[in-house]
Design a protein around this ligand. Structure first.
Ligand code: F2R
Ligand code: MG
Length: 338
């Protein structure tokens, strides 16, 4: 994949997620399609919610550290929340931030204590995961890394599994070429094989059935669910993407116009669609009006840059290993000759 394409795809995922979040949030107030389009056209700024605030936090921590550091991630999330508590957070993350501050315990421990010790299966870990899906798109450890990023706030296995699956969807979308045919069956099957809880797998298998039977979006939304529970919204976001892989706008329309957790459905579907199609597929008027666009773009470019340099380091390490191997072969040969 060319460098330019990687950047366009990273920008697509980060901007696509933020735009999806912002327009999805407006759809709560303007649930009628024509009215929503008028409002989106008329507003001066597309304002995002906690989904994007946390995605920015994850991207910031990854680019600052160069790897995933759970404690740094938690601190980055906490600082961002304390600066902008009005972004529309559900109760879980702020409760964790307060516990960490007052009790001095690690984030993962505080997160585990929620919901009587079962941890959260809200969609909060999945809604923010696009930067990790990008940064680790060719890592074999993407499942574990996604879980490590989730457990800062979402300790429930379903909350982690949902986040890992969304990361995988973004990662696979980055690797696919939108100029080629989109193989929906392969994309969905890969995700089914990737997930590890029966709650998420059950929903993804249902998604596959709904696609095979060509079930329409309103019915699919009803059957898959669209709530704040990750197993009830992430699969419908994926459904929206695979129903409309060629159009960012149609994908977003599908994700946010059927009720439920609209901003987060928009953020998750927008991330995958943007990662697949690249940033040019997002209407320029939406991009221009996105709140804090320059920061989000900068982070996307830094993530792309770090990915490229870590790849180069890996290639360098591989080359050095090959060179070492060659040197020792030469040594062995010399010893045999003497
Ligand atoms: N839902 C909102 N915002 C509404 C908050 C309004 C706010 N007061 C305001 O207007 O300012 N949006 C955001 O919440 C979703 C992500 O939520 P997250 O981060 O996963 O939160 P939480 O609290 O961990 O879980 C959300 C709900 O899921 C249910 N739940 C989770 N785990 C559960 C468990 N183990 N057992 C039972 N229920 C569980 C609960 O109902 C939680 O409240 C996104 O939409 C984001 O934009
Ligand atoms: Mg939100």
């Amino acid at each position: 994949m060319s460098r330019l394409t990687l950047e366009a795809k990273y920008l697509g995922a980060m901007i696509g997620s933020a735009v999806g979040d912002a327009i999805g949030e407006l759809a709560f107030h303007y649930p009628e399609r024509n009215k929503l389009a008028q409002v989106v056209e008329g507003v001066a700024e597309l304002r995002y919610t906690d989904d994007t605030a946390m995605a920015i936090g994850l991207a910031t921590s990854l680019t600052n550290k160069g790897h995933l550091d759970g404690q740094d991630l938690g601190e980055t999330f906490r600082r961002s929340f304390e600066q902008e508590p009005w972004r529309g957070y559900a109760a879980g993350p702020p409760t964790i931030f307060t516990m960490v501050r007052s009790l001095g315990i690690p984030y993962a421990q505080a997160a585990q204590s929620l919901f009587n010790g079962s941890g959260s299966f809200g969609n909060g870990a999945a809604m923010r995961i696009a930067p990790l899906g990008l940064f680790f798109h060719d890592s074999l450890q993407i499942y574990e890394l996604a879980c490590d990023s989730a457990e800062v706030t979402h300790a429930h296995p379903v909350g982690k599994d949902g986040a890992a699956l969304q990361a995988r969807a973004v990662a696979q979308a980055v690797k696919l070429d939108p100029q080629k045919e989109f193989l929906v069956d392969f994309f969905v099957r890969d995700l089914i094989d990737f997930c590890r809880t029966h709650e998420i797998r059950g929903k993804m298998e249902l998604l596959e059935e709904l696609l095979n039977e060509n079930i329409n979006p309103p019915l699919a939304a009803k059957q898959l669910g669209q709530s704040v529970a990750v197993q009830e919204s992430m699969p419908f976001a994926i459904y929206s993407f695979v129903r409309h892989p060629r159009s960012f706008e149609d994908c977003l329309d599908c994700a946010i116009m059927h009720g439920g957790d609209r901003d987060t459905l928009g953020a998750m579907a927008g991330a995958v669609s943007g990662a697949y199609l690249g940033v040019q597929a997002i209407p320029s008027g939406w991009r221009r009006k996105l709140e804090n666009r320059q920061t989000i773009e900068q982070l996307a470019l830094e993530l792309a840059e770090s990915t490229v340099s870590s790849r180069q380091r890996a290639v360098g390490r591989g080359q050095r290993a090959v060179d070492r191997g060659r040197r020792s072969e030469v040594r062995d040969q010399r010893e045999e000759d003497h």
